[in-house]
Write a protein that binds this ligand. Structure first.
Ligand SMILES: Cc1cc2nc3c(=O)[nH]c(=O)nc-3n(C[C@H](O)[C@H](O)[C@H](O)COP(=O)(O)OP(=O)(O)OC[C@H]3O[C@@H](n4cnc5c(N)ncnc54)[C@H](O)[C@@H]3O)c2cc1C
Length: 378
């Protein structure tokens, strides 16, 4: 039987970051993944993820601020640039959406981060690509940026290996035995033992928690994104001229300019297609594409050219859409990271740090007080 200090179960963004941070501290780490590294069947794939401080909840803004330092440290370890700061806008036209924009503004103010509040005239002068109502309220954050999740995940895994971690992909964990202070993990190929375990299994989390007689209120949803090429004014849709944007409304819409050509990736934040992870078929919905096209016709009409590159991806949602990052009650040698509800990637490097701290020290300096598992336990 092979023994380790810590086994990390699941090599998505969170598990890969935890393995990197632990291996960096000199721990003997095993990272286990059921598919190949950087596969497209979970939550961590595609070309871009938004990084931002502009959060309606100050606790996330503070966490993002801590994470930026850690992304820069990873870039240094890897000698590779991962985070590209482009600047981004949040905007809303209705009252509830505007409340979110104001909360994000207040969070940036309390964080001491730069921002500009933009009215209709300022917003449409700076970004004539948008057709907005005069009631719009906008917020510009110069710190918003983008990270390629696949590349970042590969870099975290490679750095973990460089610091001595063992990475086994295409090896599914089929049983966990939490016995007498040690953890035994049975995969399809091996039996491993470790002093500590981190469960970072995304949409599969509850399947593994059954070995601890625990189930969390997690709901997996299928989401999707698609690129649109501009019909006109192509030069206005490159990353030099077009911002990362989030439109707060009943069904939040976001967009990220592509780097390779004038095109923009767009998506609804929550499509609401809930499913059992076993039934996930990666079937693109034409109905969602049609709704996105209708949205763009109204708000960014020059962008409604050819649509391409539609992909699906999963969110693992908690009821309050806040994450769960904690030690497992009754198991001080098991940590869990789950329920990232469609906005976890930017924090992954810091969640990895928090998991490494929790499992080794029982506490962390990362700002994760709002992510306790206790809020979901009776
Ligand atoms: C369309 C879309 C857009 C998004 N945009 C953003 C964004 O702009 N900004 C942002 O911050 N976040 C964004 N997110 C969210 C972010 O991508 C996720 O929060 C993050 O990737 C979650 O990572 P994870 O490690 O928890 O899950 P996953 O990446 O799914 O990793 C879990 C891993 O565990 C493995 N596993 C499970 N069970 C087992 C087992 N039994 N044995 C071995 N391995 C196992 C799985 O195979 C998987 O690789 C977006 C998500 C989607 C879907």
């Amino acid at each position: 039987m092979l023994g380790f200090d810590v086994i990390v179960l699941g090599a998505g963004a969170m598990g890969s970051a935890a393995a990197y941070q632990l291996a960096r501290q000199g721990k003997q780490v095993l990272l286990l993944e059921q598919f190949n590294i950087a596969h497209n069947q979970g939550s961590t794939h595609g070309e871009s993820r938004i990084f931002r401080f502009a959060y309606t909840n100050l606790a996330y803004a503070k966490l993002a601020f801590q994470c930026k330092e850690l992304w820069l440290a990873l870039e240094k370890d890897a000698q590779e640039k991962l985070l590209t700061i482009l600047g981004g806008i949040d905007f809303a036209e209705d009252e509830i959406g505007k409340q979110s924009v104001l909360e994000a503004r207040d969070a940036l103010q309390m964080l001491g981060s730069d921002f500009e509040e933009l009215n209709y005239t300022q917003l449409t002068k700076r970004y004539p690509q948008f057709y907005l109502s005069p009631s719009v309220l906008g917020l510009y954050s110069p710190d918003t940026g983008v990270i390629n999740p696949i590349r970042a995940l590969e870099v975290m895994v490679n750095c973990a290996k460089k610091f001595g971690a063992v990475v086994q992909d295409n090896e599914r964990v089929r049983e966990i035995r939490p016995t007498r202070g040690k953890i035994e993990i049975l995969t399809e190929k091996n039996i491993y033992q470790a002093n500590k375990l981190i469960i970072s299994a995304g949409g599969w989390t509850n399947k593994l928690l059954k070995y601890f007689n625990l189930q969390l209120p997690l709901q997996v949803s299928q989401e999707q994104t698609i690129y649109f090429r501009p019909l006109a004014n192509k030069e206005l849709f490159t990353e030099k001229h077009f911002p990362i944007w989030i439109n707060y409304r009943e069904n939040i819409v976001y967009g990220i300019p592509a780097f390779t050509e004038p095109a923009v990736k767009v998506g609804f934040h929550h499509n609401g297609f809930y499913l059992d992870i076993n039934d996930y078929q990666q079937q693109v919905s034409e109905e969602v594409i049609a709704r996105l096209r209708d949205y763009l016709k109204q708000y960014i009409p020059d962008l409604v050219g050819e649509a391409f590159g539609a992909t699906t991806c999963i969110y693992t949602n908690t009821p309050d859409h806040d994450f769960i990052v904690d030690l497992l009650p009754g198991y001080p040698n098991v940590a869990i990271a789950a329920g990232f509800s469609g906005h976890g990637f930017k924090f992954s490097i810091g969640i990895g740090q928090a998991l490494a701290d929790l499992i080794t020290e029982g506490k962390t300096q990362m700002n994760i007080g709002h992510l306790s598992i206790k809020r979901f336990l009776a």
